[in-house]
Design a protein around this ligand. Sequence first.
Ligand SMILES: [Zn+2]
Ligand SMILES: [Zn+2]
Ligand SMILES: [Zn+2]
Length: 737
Amino acid sequence: MTRLKVRVRGTVQGVGFRPHVWRLATGLGLTGTVRNDAEGVLAEVQGARAAEFLHGLRRQAPPLARITAIESEPMPPVAGEAAFVILGSAGGVVVTSVAPDACVCPACLAEMCDPADRRWRYPFLNCTHCGPRFTITRRLPYDRANTAMARFVLCPDCAREYADPADRRFHAEPIACPACGPRLSAQIADVLAALQGGRIVALKGLGGFHLLCDATDAAVVERLRARKERGAKPFAVMALNAASIERWCRVRPAERAALGAVERPIVLLERRAALPEALAPGLDTLGVMLPAAPLHYLLFHEAAGRPAGTGWLAAANDLLLVATSANPGGEPLVIDDAEAACRLGGIADWVVTHDRAVLTRCDDSVVRVIAGAPRFLRRARGYTPRAIALARAVPPVLALGGVLKATVCATRGAEAVLSQHVGTLDNAATLRFLDEAAHHLLALLDTRPVLVAHDLHPDFPARGLVERFALPVLEVQHHHAHAAAVLAEHGVVAPALAVVLDGFGYGADGTAWGGELLRLDGAKFRRLGHLRGLPLPGGDMAARQPWRMAAAALHALGRETEIIPRLGANAAAVARLLASGRVPLTSSCGRLFDAAAALLGVLRISSYEGEGAMRLEALVRTPRVLATGWRLEKGSLDLLPLLDALRDCAAQEGAELFHGTLAAGLVAWARAAAAEQGLEFVALSGGCLINRTLAEATAAGLQAAGLRPLLPAEAPAGDGGLSLGQAWLAGQGALPP
Ligand SMILES: [Zn+2]
Ligand SMILES: [Zn+2]
Ligand SMILES: [Zn+2]
């Protein structure tokens, strides 16, 4: 007779782990107990087959569980124990973690499509293996009273399921049915009819409202673009399954897996058939997601003619919907019904809501498969608040990120937890959301920071929030944080090189950085080199008007006389400004992309961050290298010869030369530094690394040179990853003096 004490760590609460333990133990004829506690799940099992229990624990774990460790130790057997019992959360058990939201599971979908089931066509069904978590949870502990479900009193059938350890809904806090749960404000059939009739519908989803319309109807897509005042920024679409999307996009195996993952991110796919140009003007990609919530599945079920059974789920479905965040004017996502009525009234023809509140706004996540793995453009729903494992435990710190695409990061032991995507801190509403996200995250982790970190930018907009914490503050250089984020998630503590490529970060010397070669050593860094600077005529304006960067490039090439013939008479003032010599330089890689895009006539004015780079990448079929396109000089990389060559290129040829040559130059640059410094790891980060062509060519080149390139996988390469890097650096003891 063996008795074991078994400790399970990770995301093991609120995901059906105790019933899993109960089923496993009773199936093996074991007696004992299982409970949640402050460290995860603690079980005691007794019987002849106790060793087998340990094997099944991980192998048969529930789908949403994430086990980070199982520890066991023998105990003296307890005489006369007759049963295996789940100990409840009476007695003040601390529930330590909340799981991310997960898409509806196959078992729930089967019930939703079964006319005999009491949850037939019910838009809010869920179980311990699926459904909302993060977005409906106000505070710890994670039980129904602290969620948006508190106001719905369980009916007798739901109460029975909730209390039965053998049931899939045992302790499923968001449990609901048509008799007792939330209700939609409209009929699904009417919503679908409106969409198919060319109307724009605002529909409340898991993390907030979406704006939906028929993605195949060019007129309504253009109307949505105009009403949302969105410029050329691409829209994402929702399709039932990969079979449906394949007629419009190429779906590679890794992309198919990403689309179908329980996190249900938007996945950037290569577009191949005609769809309205207004979906993603000038791009060869389209962001696609499959339905996450039963509510969204019901729209496709309706479109398929309400079939019974689950066969229709695998068949191609003609319905293709634009599904874009309802965040007018770049402010945070709308989550509240009253807010929706007033802020979305001018955009949507119809606002459809329900009575389950979204307590925490959470945008859709966006990924792109690069070098075989999904990489984040935006990390939010489905992933937040999943922890990122660190190489070692650090003191509790809070990091507030940068100005663009802000996120918050908090550490707890050897874990870092990133908040959902917050947005650009250029308006009061987003600043309030940052405050909210920071406090919500700290509440969910039940931790108190000892230090606050943020970007070095002198105009960092959230200084008010920083001051309210009244804690020591660490300001972290932007590109240092980008690089540290990559090393943090890969658990690399050895000295490493980093190539950081982005649009703008405030440099340690007060100038505009953005194409940096760094050496990281613990919490310190050294700037080994940078992209040769180009003048930045008009500061921020140059980021919105790529033609200014083309003028800057022509000036730097000594071809001032070409500025007006190529860029028009409007460029005269900029030409004079450049000639004055009073224009600051930037090493930004994003602006280098802009210069190339404008020189090639691809884009003069940009309507969103990174548009120049995205449009240029869209033209590339095969990247090609211009061997004379770069020079290494005093540790810096000079790409002016490449820009010079682009003056005489057609757009596609130029785009291919630009990507191939930039990657080759970066590889040569990092190789030289690695040899000189005796290092092998090269972290690749910054917003430019979401360019698949550039990231794959650079990583492959470094690999071929015998180096070890590290691409971000757990956090965004762009500014959404800054807070992770800041937190890791702060936690390593880079305390302010
Ligand atoms: Zn389920
Ligand atoms: Zn019920
Ligand atoms: Zn950046």
